[in-house]
Design a protein around this ligand. Structure first.
Ligand SMILES: [Zn+2]
Length: 164
């Protein structure tokens, strides 16, 4: 289990010099700290994450691929708790995931029907990510916003569309 803050700090609720320095230098953020504390409690010390990314009213928690399910919790229980505490939307994504996995995690619970490459007028490459028509109401946010999150995580330009 890896958290961006050390065990001593999580147990005491105060920051040791090492973690204090990380916070001051920007290596970790206040959001990392808040979520580390929450997860330490909720996950009984068994759930970790690498970092958080804040975009608008959404926080993306990046964690080991194998930990994504645990961090989401049964029927989304843990994510819901975190979301309630920090009063932001929360999405969980596996570290170093490929575009397909990132898109799946970001767009859940809406399901993907496929991804294909399209080219713009100037020949720029984009990935068209298609969501199943019957899941159109389960898409967790505005499409341009979701595209920007996927870009932040994968550096790829995407175009999320709903199947007709
Ligand atoms: Zn510490």
């Amino acid at each position: 289990m890896v958290l961006p803050v050390c065990d001593v700090c999580l147990k005491s609720g105060m920051l040791c010099q090492g973690c204090e320095n990380k916070l001051k230098s920007g290596e970790i953020t206040q959001m990392d700290l808040d979520i580390a504390k929450l997860l330490y409690k909720l996950g009984e010390g068994k759930i970790g994450f690498k970092k958080t990314i804040e975009i608008g009213d959404t926080v993306i928690i990046v964690t080991d691929k194998e930990q994504v399910g645990k961090l989401i919790g049964k029927s989304g229980k843990i994510v819901r708790e975190i979301s309630r505490s920090i009063e932001k939307k929360v999405r969980v994504v596996g570290e170093n995931s490929d575009l397909r996995s990132v898109a799946r995690d970001i767009l859940a619970p809406a399901r993907l029907s496929g991804i294909n490459i399209v080219y713009g007028k100037e020949g720029q490459k984009k990935y068209k990510i298609r969501v199943m028509a019957e899941d159109s109401r389960r898409i967790p946010g505005r499409l341009d916003f979701l595209n920007s999150i996927i870009k932040e995580l994968t550096s790829e330009d995407t175009l999320v569309v709903v199947d007709k």
